[in-house]
Ligand binder design. Structure first.
Ligand SMILES: Cc1cc2nc3c(=O)[nH]c(=O)nc-3n(C[C@H](O)[C@H](O)[C@H](O)COP(=O)(O)OP(=O)(O)OC[C@H]3O[C@@H](n4cnc5c(N)ncnc54)[C@H](O)[C@@H]3O)c2cc1C
Length: 413
């Protein structure tokens, strides 16, 4: 005979133990709630750049203390679609993690939160409502829960039960390689971003502690994964990376349009979605790790406070305006024109020519310059940027300017 437990005694179930699910489990466990966390793979090398911004490191200092688990990168190279390159120093380094390491660290924190967190290495195949909460089915067993947090990533298989399916226009496709350090040029202290003609996305090279994650992203429907892979491979070979021994990866990445953010539902009666499952990724940069962690924190805080719907309100106040704005300007950023040239080319040029503009770029990479007041800052710094640009003839000097290097050559070394 089965005994029916009162709702308060049933655990909170979290489907997905990536950054979002693992942090939510750690916080809920530390707050005294019983948690059942499911992940079919536990710590794994999820396709990702692994770049964690200064904003995220400040908010989650335990990530900054990860030591050898991450590679702190202080130099960045931007490459315009036509091949102009600028290297500059970041005022705040970006920490580049292997995802195996990052997920492992966060799962360990969930484990250490206490006996109230139970981590199951199982794939949830079905979730269904019951009179007293939820039933979750895995190939191994059946579980009961009072509340359901979906943190199953961009491919969230349960979304259709709660919301309409994600449109392909709200996704990016990605392709990439994990390349052994010995097969990459450089000493692992430089991250590279190559912008591309006619592609809403970019190539990145993020050096990690013991390998490099190099990848490419483009809007779904605009380009196929196969074509992206071909462009990336050509670029890597031209830039002296060797692909023998490199592991290929491909994944989808949420990149919501502004109208999708406007109608976004992140929680309902007895359930919430966090991280990629909810589409919380910056549509310009593809940064999702900060939003996965912050949404987990907001969701856990709302549950611990006994007001689950506060998650929706706080997300709408703090995170969604920024992501919506990014979605609005994304097309202009990748495909727009300014002063008679492409935004991307101008951005690379101004980064080379103006120390004031470099400061702005550095703050954008650190995540501490939001989109909300970006325009105001641009207007404020315009006179200084123009002055510095004119001093550098405002053309394309292909020379060293201050603490940046600028070149039309494919390799500046
Ligand atoms: C190629 C690529 C590069 C990226 N680079 C960066 C970057 O450099 N910086 C950055 O900030 N963001 C980056 N992102 C985004 C970042 O990877 C995500 O935003 C982040 O992983 C989201 O965390 P999450 O916990 O929401 O989801 P995920 O990390 O996807 O975790 C979901 C977890 O759920 C588990 N799961 C799924 N279904 C089930 C199931 N049915 N049962 C049990 N377990 C399940 C999976 O095993 C997985 O561990 C990148 C994304 C891609 C695709």
């Amino acid at each position: 005979m089965s005994i029916k437990l009162p709702i308060a005694e049933l655990p909170i179930a979290i489907v997905g133990g990536g950054p979002a699910g693992a942090l939510a489990a750690a916080l809920l466990g530390a707050g005294g709630r019983d948690v059942l966390l499911f992940d079919e793979k536990l710590a794994w090398e999820k396709p990702c750049g692994g770049g964690v911004t200064h904003k995220a490191l400040e908010r989650y200092p335990f990530l900054a203390d990860a030591g050898s688990g991450s590679n702190l990168v202080e130099h960045c190279e931007l490459i315009s679609p036509s091949g102009q390159r600028v290297r500059f120093q970041l005022q705040h380094p970006v920490a580049i993690f292997s995802r195996m390491g990052l997920n492992g660290l966060l799962l360990e924190r969930a484990r250490r939160a206490g006996l109230s967190v139970e981590i199951r290495n199982e794939r949830v195949t079905r979730v269904a409502r019951t009179d007293d909460g939820w039933q979750l089915i895995t190939p191994q067993r059946e579980y009961k829960a009072s509340y359901l947090i979906l943190a199953a990533g961009a491919r969230n298989p349960f979304r259709a039960q709660f919301l309409s399916p994600i449109s392909p226009s709200d996704l990016m496709v990605t392709a990439g390689y994990f390349i052994p350090r010995g097969s990459s040029p450089g000493d692992g202290s430089l991250m590279q971003i190559q912008f591309l003609q006619g592609i809403t996305g970019y190539i990145w090279v993020f050096p990690r502690a013991d390998h490099v994650s190099a990848g490419i992203a483009g809007k779904m429907g605009e380009i196929s994964t196969g074509e992206l892979r071909r462009i990336l491979e050509k670029w890597l070979v031209e830039n002296r990376f060797r692909l023998d021994g490199a592991g290929f990866y491909s994944h989808i990445l949420p990149s919501f349009r502004a109208q999708t953010f406007e109608t976004l539902e992140v929680c309902g009666n007895g359930w919430a979605m966090i991280g990629d499952s909810a589409g919380l990724v910056d549509p310009i940069t593809g940064e999702g790790l900060y939003y996965a962690l912050r949404s987990a924190e907001l969701c856990a805080g709302a549950l611990l406070g006994g007001q689950p719907d506060d998650y929706r309100t706080q997300l709408a106040e703090e995170i969604l305006p920024e992501l919506r704005l990014a979605a609005r300007v994304s097309q202009r950023f990748y495909n727009g024109q300014v002063f008679g040239d492409s935004v991307l080319k101008r951005m690379v040029g101004l980064t080379a020519q103006s120390a004031t503009f470099r400061e702005l770029m550095s703050d954008l990479f650190a995540g501490i310059q939001g989109y909300g007041d970006l325009r105001t800052r641009l207007y404020r710094i315009l006179p200084a940027v123009l002055k510095e640009g004119l001093a550098g003839t405002f053309g394309w000097p292909w020379n060293k300017t201050g603490n940046s290097e600028f070149s039309a050559n494919p390799l500046v070394e």
